[in-house]
Design a protein around this ligand. Structure first.
Ligand code: COA
Length: 123
């Protein structure tokens, strides 16, 4: 396996208590992601960690948000008890194919005040 890119992002949870309104979430999250946001005390950590994962993915792919890439090009999915997965939109799959990406690894961790996400893309 040959590593093509690695991205990491850390986010302060405080920021998301005012940032995570309906408009912002509609811009950042796919419908599936939006529907999987828990209520209660896990809500902010979930939102912040998925946002961090998208930022880390952008770094791993060597891209920046703009006409060629948006937050919704990266979807975070997780089965209960299993590792999170990063799924790509059709256009990001094309970018990934051009880069030769066949493996994507996402890891997430939380503390009481912050979240961190790391993404590795490899051939
Ligand atoms: C994975 C584990 C070590 C998390 O450690 P923790 O210190 O409690 O929590 P952290 O804040 O560091 O990490 C939490 C994140 O770990 C990730 N995670 C959960 N389960 C995971 C797993 N099996 N593998 C990798 N990552 C996992 C999730 O993304 C979670 O964040 P989320 O709830 O926002 O999605 C712990 O939950 C564990 O040991 N689980 C058992 C997993 C297992 O055996 N699964 C078997 C079936 S796949």
């Amino acid at each position: 396996m040959s590593i093509i890119g690695h991205g990491i992002d850390i986010e302060d949870l405080k920021r998301f208590s005012f940032l995570a309104n309906e408009d912002w979430m509609a811009r950042v999250f796919t419908v599936a992601e939006f529907d999987s946001i828990p209520s209660g005390e896990r809500r902010l950590k979930h939102i912040a960690s998925r946002f961090a994962a998208k930022e880390a993915a952008m770094k791993a792919f060597g891209l920046s948000f703009g006409p060629g890439a948006s937050f919704k090009d990266f979807e975070i999915y997780r089965e209960s008890g299993c590792a999170p997965e990063l799924r790509l939109s059709a256009r990001m799959r094309k970018t990934a194919d051009q880069l030769g990406v066949s493996v994507i690894v996402l890891s997430i961790s939380h503390s009481e005040t912050s979240v961190v996400a790391s993404v590795i893309v490899a051939a």
